[in-house]
Design a protein around this ligand. Structure first.
Ligand SMILES: *Cc1c(COP(=O)(O)O)cnc(C)c1O
Length: 396
């Protein structure tokens, strides 16, 4: 396979009229090794963040052996690629046929749930199996995260006791899982959630074997530079150790974004300029879904060498005919950028390429491999002083 030095080399070679995804296998491998070696428990990759087969193989080769899958299609995909992988079906609402196929055909033994109905469904679909790991999803606060996951799933504390007691009757190992929301900007998000877990365990008075702190581990974006992941791991470990669980209790996590954000960037072309708005060839229905729908800011750089003016704020329009195909940014680019120029948009490995649709006939993108560093990284060993950033809670 041809490896380009960087996005500029791709533009010189291809002058692409369609967007091009630039993948960095070395960056994904580095993230996977970091979690495999430093997280004080088991790291399973949340497949929804980016289900590309090449990425799944890289993560597996770099020490990630467990995968958080949320649909039967994800179960089949990962099982087809990685026959030895451990799959955990962590969507708390599943169809009976999906549970049955996952259990009987694909060897899945771990399921999450947040209601008595779902527990009954799992028991029925697995015909009362005795070898299940069942994790009760607890609703926790998303207040420290950029994207909330607090509204949809999770049992409230008031109901957790009876659900934990009932689930205990039907499993080999009992767990509690939660999700603090995506891009958690402080490790205290996990501390707070683990405090709620403690209350649930005490109230239920059952033996708990697995604590799964879910996803939410951050990556680095403009205006969202988190403290080092080591701080998250250390605080999670300390508060996990203090929980009243069984002696052989296990700690799990489900990182999505943190394992793959650095994997991909995208080259787009400016088709038109109107004042400080650039019309580019990818957008809300493509890899820039979050840039449009939750005003996520991704790092950008112009790929032309002849642009000389200082950086200025721009907004983007995507290629479809929909007004909602708009990304307010601001995206910082040279003031003299114009139609025909190319831009690289970074940190799109998570919830980027995975979101592409074919709406309006757009959405095709070639993928190439590049060798340079991602535009930002949490894995290069540089430690920012958390007090220097105004968007994090000080650890002191
Ligand atoms: C989306 C999701 C994840 C991954 O979340 P990130 O914020 O990308 O780390 C993990 N677990 C569950 C259950 C999810 O829904």
């Amino acid at each position: 396979m041809h490896i380009y030095p960087d996005a500029k080399a791709v533009v010189r070679a291809l002058a692409p009229d369609e967007p091009v995804i630039c993948n960095r296998p070395q960056a994904a491998a580095r993230a996977a090794r970091f979690f495999a070696e430093n997280f004080p428990g088991k790291s399973m990759y949340a497949v929804k963040a980016n289900p590309s087969p090449e990425l799944l193989q890289i993560l597996w080769d770099s020490g990630i052996t467990h995968f958080d899958v949320a649909s039967i299609a994800e179960v089949r995909l990962v099982r087809g690629l990685l026959p030895e992988a451990t799959l955990c079906f962590m969507h708390p609402v599943k169809t009976k046929s999906a549970i049955a196929e996952a259990y009987k055909v694909h060897g899945v033994r771990t399921f999450s749930l947040d209601t008595h109905d779902e527990l009954a469904k799992i028991v029925e679909a697995t015909e009362g199996a005795q070898d299940l790991n069942l994790l009760v999803r607890l609703r926790v606060s998303s207040e420290h995260s950029e994207l909330s996951l607090a509204a949809k799933f999770g049992t409230d504390l008031i109901d957790a006791g009876s659900l934990l007691q009932a689930t205990r009757q039907h499993c080999d190992a009992l767990g509690i899982c939660f999700h603090v929301g995506s891009q958690a900007m402080t490790p205290f998000a996990y501390v707070q959630a683990l405090e709620r877990v403690r209350v649930a365990i005490v109230e239920a008075a059952v033996t708990v074997d697995i604590i799964d702190v879910g996803g939410g581990f951050p990556s680095s974006y403009p205006g969202m530079e988190p403290p080092p992941l080591e701080d998250y791991f250390a605080l999670i470990h300390r508060h996990f150790e203090a929980l009243p669980i069984s002696y052989s209790g296990e700690l799990w996590a489900e990182p999505g974004r943190a394992l793959c954000a650095e994997y991909s960037s995208m080259i787009v072309k400016v088709e038109k300029r109107r004042s400080d708005e650039l019309y580019i060839n990818d957008g809300a229905y493509g890899a820039l879904f979050d840039a449009a729908h939750v005003a996520w800011r991704f790092p950008v750089r112009a790929l032309e060498d002849d642009l000389t003016q200082p950086l200025e704020e721009f907004a983007f329009y995507g290629p479809t005919c929909d007004d909602a195909d708009y990304m307010k940014g601001p995206f910082m680019l040279p003031a003299d950028i114009q139609a025909g120029d190319f831009i690289e948009i970074g940190m799109l490995g998570a919830y980027g390429a995975a979101m592409k649709t074919r709406f309006n006939g757009f959405g095709v993108a070639e993928a190439v491999v590049v060798a340079d560093e991602p535009m930002a990284s949490l894995y290069t060993g540089e430690r920012k002083d958390p007090r220097a950033s105004d968007n994090v809670v000080s650890l002191r």
